[in-house]
Design a binder for this molecule. Structure first.
Ligand SMILES: [Zn+2]
Length: 121
């Protein structure tokens, strides 16, 4: 007899971009959870997994346009990053695509960088 309920927690189909996003988030969480000692010990695998995701990114994403970085948006992982932004409460910058930048800006989550030319001493 067949079981009616699937053992899988998700039944909906995933797109290739969504699958790639899951892998990026997993890698990022894996690195975030490491102690300094683990971080040092996993350097080879960290570099290999970065290269592996880079290969997959090039297969899944449309060819890069002028002005796009070689890495995907760190917010949605659905397209190449085009902006470097600072989010409220974050100490490091975020690489993101223009739609995510606009979204973060609308939500008031961005720290807008002052114009470099306005500071004259
Ligand atoms: Zn994005």
């Amino acid at each position: 007899m067949k079981k009616q309920r699937s053992t899988s927690t998700t039944s909906k189909r995933m797109t290739r971009k969504q699958a790639l996003a899951v892998l990026f988030r997993m890698r990022s969480q894996w690195i975030e959870d490491q102690t300094m000692q683990q971080f040092d010990a996993t350097a080879p695998l960290r570099h290999e997994s970065f290269d592996a995701l880079d290969v997959l990114t090039k297969l899944v994403f449309a060819p890069r346009q002028l002005g796009q970085f070689t890495i995907p948006c760190k917010v949605c992982y659905q397209r190449y990053a085009e902006q470097i932004v600072y989010q409220q409460g974050e100490t490091i910058s975020t690489w993101c695509c223009t739609p995510c930048r606009d979204c973060l800006r609308e939500e008031g989550k961005l720290v807008e960088a002052p114009e470099a030319s306005s500071e004259v001493s």
